[in-house]
Design a protein around this ligand. Structure first.
Ligand SMILES: [Zn+2]
Length: 145
């Protein structure tokens, strides 16, 4: 039921925008051929309906604009879900490779792993030292105290 409302909301909004473009095109063609344009709408009810549609179109357009920042955020935040192999690996070995990353102060790219801490759950880290161990940030904080 809710889905039907959403589809109606978008299709009405888009058709109002589309028809306003067609309206503009027709106006321009009329100006081009007759060098001026003059509209008469004798029926006040239809005029009222058209005004309502125009207001709806403006509201719909501002709704679309308000969605843009959210869309940009979503495309920026594309954390890939773990593959089946990564999940299996995480369960068996306690860590799985995620991606290569170069952070500030690093001379080269380092492999970033997703590691499981028995106390605190999952965290991201790169292998430390030549033994290539991982340090859970929360465990590290507790140790320092
Ligand atoms: Zn921990």
């Amino acid at each position: 039921m809710k889905r039907v409302m959403i589809i109606l909301f978008h299709s009405l909004g888009l058709s109002v925008l589309a028809s306003s473009l067609v309206w503009m095109l027709m106006t321009f063609i009329t100006i081009f051929t007759n060098s001026s344009v003059f509209f008469i709408e004798p029926n006040k009810l239809i005029l009222l309906f058209e005004m309502f549609l125009t207001v709806y179109g403006i509201l719909y357009l501002s709704y679309l604009y308000s969605k843009i920042p959210k869309l940009l955020k979503q495309t920026k935040n594309t954390e890939k879900p773990l593959t089946l192999w990564q999940k299996v690996q995480l369960k068996l070995t306690g860590c799985t490779f995620l991606r290569w990353e170069k952070r500030k102060g690093w001379t080269d790219y380092l492999p970033i792993y997703l590691v499981k801490c028995n106390k605190h759950g999952l965290f991201e880290d790169y292998p430390h030292g030549y033994k290539e161990y991982f340090v859970c940030p929360l465990c590290w904080q507790n140790q320092k105290r």
